[in-house]
Write a protein that binds this ligand. Structure first.
Ligand code: ADP
Ligand code: MG
Length: 439
């Protein structure tokens, strides 16, 4: 199957070829034909599976196929939960539409609205936006939604988490009732289904991976560590492994700042990215990280969601998330596009419950390790021998770890299986073909 087979025009096919895509990803293969037919669609696939092109390409095709009035009213709107994601989706829109006669723009908060207003006034076919700034601009009459034919909600699950439902409904209230609606999400929760039921009309649903499955080729590793020694341990991991591009998750903004400072003190270049940082600082940090001019990006969950950081070899959970689904999103940052990755979690005694919740969600036990000198000493004292520590430290340890005994069994199952049956898409289930890499 090629992009041309899916019904995309030579101009779009040429642009994706230049991006180095050789064939459509599974979610693209499933979603694109329905979107080209004009159907409403609910699509879910794990992070890093190419959802952006899955909706952008067919929408660009629609925009080029249909005639537009000279003044170029807004005809397609992509809503994203975060500024970074808006910027990133827009980059893709621009790249994919390179050879098509399409005008695109992006608007988000935290930066001057004036240039955005000027751009909108010149006429835009497709706009990528975060809800808050978009409504501001609409209030200022900088744009109209009256001619919108296609509405796309990207990362819809995170939009829900971030409380954007009211904004979304308000935006929709300004749109014509007759339009195409596309909803893309990493997860397929009941809340998403509820949101979809309110917005989509007779939608087709497509799923490229089973619900909440973690990325393939990702090795999960837990280090049981003393809470007070997490920073020291993190530095050791980075230095011993000579890791040069690591994304680290912390639970709080304050924690992200503190860890960043400590890394810098240890002569490891790092920057933090979270909601209290200015837009300029966030963009700069991400850019530097992508360009490899800083080694470590420390992020909170919300800031990191949806960022496209290709081929990231290591993700460290400095703290486990208290929402188990966030673990899946976090590790979606590693092992992207078929590359191998390692997800490392530093778990102190008081986080054991979070680990249990994550294992329940994943239906897998995470391999636990203890490294001498960093054993958990806080609360719940160790009871029995745990699994052996290997990995980057090369030594075997018999640490006494134990927060809950059933967790210490040496389960040798570092890799998640990639060949679970795909969730059946309504009406167009998978063929029986063996599953290959994501791309
Ligand atoms: P998602 O939104 O599902 O998390 P993205 O749309 O951000 O994923 O895509 C993840 C990465 O995969 C990006 O770097 C993108 O350029 C790349 N990609 C998308 N489609 C393909 C494809 N068909 N072949 C190869 N790489 C692709
Ligand atoms: Mg995405």
């Amino acid at each position: 199957m090629t992009f041309s087979d899916l019904g995309l025009s030579p101009a779009l096919v040429k642009a994706v070829a230049e991006k180095g895509y050789t064939k459509p990803s599974p979610i693209q293969e499933k979603a694109i034909p329905h979107i080209l037919e004009g159907k409403d669609l609910l699509a879910s696939a794990q992070t890093g599976t190419g959802k952006t092109a899955g909706f952008t390409l067919p929408v660009l095709q629609y925009l080029t196929d249909t005639k537009h009035p000279k003044y170029r009213p807004l005809r397609a709107l992509v809503l994203t939960p975060t500024r970074e994601l808006a910027a990133q989706v827009y980059d893709n829109v621009r790249e994919y539409s390179k050879y098509a006669n399409i005008k695109s723009a992006v608007v988000f908060g935290g930066v001057n609205a004036k240039p955005q207003i000027a751009t909108l006034k010149r006429g835009v076919d497709i706009l990528v936006a975060t809800p808050g700034r978009l409504l501001d601009l609409h209030d200022q009459k900088a744009l109209s939604f009256k001619r919108v034919d296609v509405l796309i909600l990207d990362e819809a699950d995170r939009m829900l988490d971030m409380g954007f439902v009211r904004d979304i409904n308000k935006i929709i209230s300004f749109m014509p009732a007759k339009r195409q609606n596309l909803l893309f999400s990493a997860t397929f929760s009941n809340d998403i289904k509820k949101l979809a039921a309110g917005i989509l009309k007779n939608p087709v649903s497509v799923e490229a991976e089973p619900q909440n499955s973690t990325a393939k080729k990702v090795t999960h590793k837990v280090y049981k560590v003393d809470k007070k020694k997490k920073t020291e341990f993190t530095i050791k991991l980075i230095k011993d492994g000579n890791w040069n591009q690591v994304l680290i998750f912390t639970r709080t903004k304050h924690g992200a700042n503190r860890l960043t400072q400590n890394l810098i003190k240890a002569k490891i270049s790092a920057a933090a990215i979270h909601g209290n940082k200015s837009q300029g600082a966030r963009t700069k940090a991400l850019k530097n990280f992508k360009e490899n001019s800083i080694r470590i990006l420390v992020a909170t969950d919300i800031a990191a969601r949806g960022l496209d950081i290709p081929l990231l070899p290591h993700v460290i959970n400095y703290e486990l998330p208290n929402v188990p689904e966030d673990y899946v999103h976090r590790i979606g940052r590693t092992g992207r596009a078929g590359a191998a990755g390692e997800a490392i979690s530093l778990v102190c005694s008081e986080e054991t419950e979070y680990q249990n919740e994550i294992e329940k969600l994943l239906k897998e036990k995470l391999e636990s390790n203890i490294v001498k000198g960093f054993e958990p000493t806080d609360t719940a004292p160790p009871k029995r021998a745990a699994t052996q520590s290997k990995g980057s430290f090369g030594k075997k340890k018999k640490g006494g770890n134990s927060d809950s005994s059933n967790q210490n069994k040496p389960k040798r199952k570092p890799h998640f299986k990639g060949n679970k049956p795909a969730g059946a898409a309504s009406g167009r289930g998978r063929t029986g073909a063996p599953k290959k890499k994501r791309f």
